[in-house]
Write a protein that binds this ligand. Structure first.
Ligand SMILES: [Zn+2]
Length: 130
């Protein structure tokens, strides 16, 4: 017996169908596609929350600004994934905006020590000039 894939409407053998999270029967390629999306979203959440938590950690432990650099690069990676328009990497912008904010915070906090160094240098220079 053949049925229509719930996602792409292709006719498939019922015995060869897969059940997705919503309980619909989908063909192999749609099932894999959903799996990709899920993994990608998981990766997106990981880099976003990673960026933020590493940036917080950098307040306590930050040799050679390594944690700051990780926080900034993870944050930038989050933004890149969020705005990427590749077919397999589409992010629900409204639903995932919170993670984008998390990543931006990670970048901002990650930048703090560099701003501090910059200010110290700038103020130090102006102090010696007076
Ligand atoms: Zn399909």
């Amino acid at each position: 017996m053949t049925i229509a894939c719930a996602a792409c409407k292709k006719q498939i053998q019922e015995s060869q169908s897969n059940y997705n999270d919503a309980g619909e029967q989908v063909c192999d390629s749609c099932f894999e596609q959903e799996d990709l999306q899920k993994n990608m979203l998981k990766g997106f959440h990981q880099v976003a929350s990673g960026s933020f938590s590493v940036s917080v950690l950098s307040f306590f432990f930050n040799p050679f600004f390594i944690l700051s650099i990780i926080a900034i690069s993870s944050g930038l990676q989050t933004i890149r994934i969020f705005f990427s328009k590749e077919k397999d990497y589409v992010i629900d912008a409204k639903g995932q905006a919170g993670y984008l904010i998390l990543a931006c915070l990670g970048i901002l906090i990650g930048l703090l020590p560099f701003v501090q160094v910059f200010l110290a240098l700038a103020l130090g220079t102006s102090a010696t000039q007076q």
